[in-house]
Write a protein that binds this ligand. Structure first.
Ligand code: CO8
Length: 261
C-alpha cells in the first residue's frame, strides 16, 4: 500500500500482514501522524480477508524510542486533554480483533515500550532495550505502561523500573515473562515472529478471534467472572462451522479445511 510516510506495510507470508515502523531519523519516535498511519494500516488489515495475523516491528536499531518528545514538549494540559492526544493510541487495542505480534529489536522506550506491551504476543532480541524513562523527563507513562508493565512483571519490579527510569534488556524481558520468546539476532526474531503469525493464520479465524478475546478478558475480570466468560464463549463456538470441521477432521485423521465461519 502506498501513501504512508512513517510506516511500511506488506503481506510477507500467506495470511500475514506486517507493519514496519519507518522513521529512522528519529529512531521511530511515535509522532501523531505515525500513530494515525499505524491505526489506518491496522484497520485495513482488520478489514482485509487476506490477513489473519499481524506482525508489528521497527528496525534492528529501534522498535520505537518513545512518543515524540519534541511534539509533546509544548503541549498544554487542555491541548493534551481535549486534543485526543493519547486516545488515538488506544484504538490499537480496541479495534483490532486479529492477533498482533510485536517483534522488538533495539530501543523500545516510553511509548515504544507501551506499544510493544499492547501487542498480543511480544517477541524480542536478547539485546533489545526496554524501559519507561518518562520520570527523567518530568512525567509518567501515558499509554498504559504503569498498568500493563505492572501486570507483566509485578508491582515491585514495575515500581523500580518506572520510578528510576532504568531500562531492561530483552534477555530480562524473556526471563520476566514480558516477552514470550527471545532471539539471538534480528533476522531470527523476524523469522520467528512471521512463522508464529503464519501458524496462527492457519487456524479458524472464528476460533482465533475468540481465543484472543477470552485471554484479554483475563486482564480485566476477576477469575470467577473470567472463567464464566470463557465458558460462554466456548459454548458459543459449538454454533460455528469450524468446530464441526475441526473435530470431524480429527476423527477422520484429515487436515481440517476451515470455513472461517
Ligand atoms: N522523541 C523525539 N525524537 C527522538 C526521540 C523521541 N522519543 N528519541 C530519539 N529521538 C531523536 C533524537 O532527538 C535524534 O534526533 P536529531 O538527530 O535530530 O538530534 C535522533 O532521534 C537520534 O537519537 P540520538 O542521537 O539520541 O540516538 P542515540 O543512539 O545517541 O540514543 C536513545 C538513543 C537512548 C534512545 C535516545 O535517543 C533517547 O534517550 N531517546 C529518548 C527516549 C525517551 O525518553 N523516550 C520516552 C519518551 S516519553 C514517552 O514516550 C511518553 C509516552 C507517553 C504516551 C504517549 C501517549 C500519546
Amino acid at each position: 500500500r502506498r501513501g504512508y510516510e512513517y510506516i511500511e506495510v506488506s503481506e510477507p507470508r500467506p495470511g500475514v500482514g506486517q507493519v514496519t515502523l519507518n522513521r529512522p531519523k528519529a529512531l521511530n519516535a511515535l509522532c501523531s501522524p505515525l500513530i494515525a498511519e499505524l491505526n489506518t494500516a491496522l484497520r485495513a488489515f482488520q478489514a482485509s480477508p487476506s490477513v489473519a495475523a499481524i506482525v508489528l516491528t521497527g528496525s534492528e536499531k529501534a522498535f520505537a524510542a518513545g512518543a515524540d518528545i519534541k511534539e509533546m514538549a509544548p503541549l498544554t494540559f487542555s491541548e493534551a486533554y481535549s486534543g485526543a492526544f493519547i486516545e488515538s493510541w488506544s484504538e490499537l487495542t480496541t479495534a483490532l480483533k486479529k492477533p498482533l505480534i510485536a517483534a522488538v529489536s533495539g530501543h523500545a522506550l516510553g511509548g515504544g515500550c507501551e506499544l510493544a506491551l499492547m501487542a498480543d504476543i511480544l517477541y524480542c532480541t536478547a539485546t533489545a532495550n526496554f524501559g519507561q524513562p518518562e520520570i527523567r523527563l518530568g512525567t509518567i507513562p501515558g499509554a498504559g505502561g504503569s498498568q500493563r508493565l505492572t501486570r507483566a512483571v509485578g508491582k515491585s519490579k514495575a515500581m523500580e523500573l518506572i520510578l528510576t527510569g532504568k531500562s531492561f534488556s530483552g534477555e530480562e524481558a524473556g526471563r520476566w515473562g514480558v516477552a514470550a520468546r527471545v532471539f539471538p539476532t534480528y533476522e531470527a526474531l523476524m523469522e520467528g515472529a512471521l512463522k508464529t503469525a503464519e501458524t496462527i493464520a492457519g487456524y479458524s479465524k472464528v476460533a482465533v478471534q475468540a481465543a484472543k478475546e477470552v485471554v484479554n478478558k483475563s486482564q480485566d475480570l476477576a477469575l470467577r467472572d473470567g472463567v464464566e466468560y470463557e465458558r460462554r464463549v466456548f459454548h458459543s463456538l459449538f454454533g460455528s462451522q469450524d468446530q464441526k470441521i475441526g473435530m470431524k477432521a480429527f476423527a477422520e485423521k484429515k487436515q481440517p479445511e476451515w470455513s472461517h465461519r
